[in-house]
Every structure is written in C-alpha cells, then in structure tokens.
Design a protein around this ligand. Structure first.
Ligand SMILES: [Zn+2]
Length: 316
C-alpha cells in the first residue's frame, strides 16, 4: 500500500511538473520575422495548440510534437491575429482538418488596414531583385494568408470572456479588447494556475505595432487579478508572479514616459533598466531600436494616430 501510494504520488508529481508543453518562438535579428511561442495543452479529445508561429519550421515542430505524442490536434487557439502567431494555422489544419480555431474577430479590421498595407509593402519587396530569396519565400507565405483570410479566421469566434470547453477541457478564455490588437485572447487555466497571455507580455519589448496602450495596460491588470502562478508570454520564457509585476511596471512606465515631454532616449533607457531581467545580451540593440520605433510611431505620434487602435477598424 505504501509503495503504491508513493508511486501514485510520484506520478502525480511528474504530471503536475509538465502542465504545458512550450515550443519556443525565435526572435531572429535579421530579416526573418519572429515566431511567437506555441503552447500545447492536453485535452480529452486531443491536443490544444495555442498559437502556430510564422515559419514552416515552427509549424513542423508542432506537427512533430503531435506525432510523437500520438494524439491529434483537436483545436487551435490564436491569442491574436499577428502573422507570427497565426501563419501556421493552415499547416496544422492541412494535417488535422477537423481542428477548430478559436480566436477573436479582430482579423477583420486587420485585413482592412494593417495586413492590407503589409501586403502592398510585400509586393514592392517581392519585385525588388535585392530582396533575399528566403525573405521572398516568407513574404509569399504571409501574402497567401492575407489573400485567403479563411486560413486566419476563427471557426469559433471568441466574442466574450468566460469558461468554455475546448476539446473537452474547461479553460477560462478571456477577451481583452483594444490591447496589443483589437481583440486579444488569453487563457487562464484554473487547474494549473498557468496564464497563457500571448503578446500581452513580450519579454524583451512590447510589440506595439497595433497597440492601444491603455487597453493593454487594463488587460495586464486583469491578468494580475487572477491567482496565476506562471505567465507564459507570446515571446520569451515563463514569468513568475514577481517577474510579471516587474514587467507590468516596466510597461506602464514606458507608456507614461512616452507620453511625457522627456527625451526619447530617457524612455528607451528607462525600459532597458526596468525590463533588464528580460533582455538577453543578443537582443540589446534590437530592443533599443524597437523601443525607439514604438515611441515614435505609437506613443509620440499625432493624437489621432495614437488612438488609431483604440477603436474598431472600419473600411476607409
Ligand atoms: Zn508576436
């Protein structure tokens, strides 16, 4: 009896140690765009894949993992529509056509604006003989998704926050409106106290391309209000509660500094200092350039531009 009890305890221990499987996304320093992190969860009816990356290699890693596990991919959850989190949806659905896709409907506004503009830029680069072949391949892959938006759209739109069953597993699925995008989906798993938050947390620097900073800050408050013990971000390693609090402070300081009249360099240095524990040596220059770029384009642009992503995007 004692032995059986011990064996059981050990099994339970090892199972709780691995409450999710992370396939880390890279943030390369060359022309390659980043891949978002993928998280795989076990559910009664198969695997749940949270975000699918951008590159074919990343999608292949997800498919290889499912194969190793001998379990079908039953569902995809997209935390947001950015192509570094959704491009792989199509690769996965080709292998698992019955997989459901849970995501917000923010992709519709993105198709009218950001992604439409991105497509025009890609066309220009594609006709430029100086563009590297690898970059062209990546652009064609992204353009294919924009031209066939059903490869990005949800099959089950997430239109409100609440507990729902995905592939037979109950998860607390939250919708944060006007945050990193018009509709960010994040998951709180009460059974394991993990929070999978997509790009509401990006370790090295917040990717603010389509951000509404105030909505984003509010969403960070909603994450803080759950009793999570671990946050798994859209890019970077898992964060403890203390790490998350530090990142949240860094985010709010950066936005506040961006809206003040102090020099941009002060705000960039402030971010580097506040977020130091999340920035690896290889990405230091990248972070400086990105922080400066977001100050210029989002936090110090015209008042209209600053509010651009704080309301629904409609046809021009
Ligand atoms: Zn991302």
């Amino acid at each position: 009896m004692r032995m059986a009890g011990l064996a059981l305890a050990l099994t339970a221990g090892s199972a709780s140690a691995a409450t999710y499987h992370l396939i880390p996304g890279r943030v390369p320093l060359d022309w390659q765009g980043p891949d978002g992190n993928t998280i795989v969860l076990d559910a009664p009816r198969g695997l749940i894949v949270v975000d699918t990356g951008r590159s074919p290699m990343h999608a292949q890693s997800i498919l290889d993992y499912a194969k190793r596990r001998h379990r079908p991919i039953a569902a995809i959850v997209n935390t947001h529509w950015h192509l570094d989190h959704t491009t792989g949806n199509d690769d996965i659905r080709r292998a698992y056509p019955k997989a459901k896709v849970y995501a917000s409907t923010a992709i519709e506004g993105a198709l009218l604006g950001f992604l439409g503009r991105g497509r025009a830029q890609a066309d220009k680069a594609l006709s430029d003989p100086k563009t590297p072949e690898g970059q062209k391949a990546q652009m064609l892959r992204g353009r294919d998704r924009i031209d066939h938006p059903d490869k990005l759209r949800p099959t089950i739109p997430v239109i409100r926050s609440g507990r729902i069953s995905i592939a037979g597993r109950t998860l607390d699925v939250r919708l944060a409106k006007f945050a990193a995008t018009e509709g960010d989906v994040w998951i709180y798993d009460p059974a394991t106290r993990n929070a999978f938050v997509g790009d509401l947390v990006v370790a090295i620097v917040p990717f603010m391309d389509t951000a509404c900073p105030d909505g984003w800050s509010k969403a960070l408050g909603e994450i803080a209000a759950t009793p999570f013990t671990t946050v798994i971000p859209g890019h970077g390693s898992a964060l403890s509660r203390a790490d998350f609090q530090q990142w949240r402070t860094a985010f709010d300081n950066f936005v506040k500094c961006g809206r003040s009249t102090v020099g941009k360099a002060v705000c960039v240095t402030g971010w580097e200092k506040d977020a130091a524990r999340f920035i690896d040596a290889a990405h230091r220059n990248y972070v400086r350039e990105a922080a400066d770029y977001y100050l210029t384009t989002r936090l110090r642009s015209s008042p209209k531009e600053q509010q651009k992503y704080c309301e629904s995007l409609k046809p021009a």
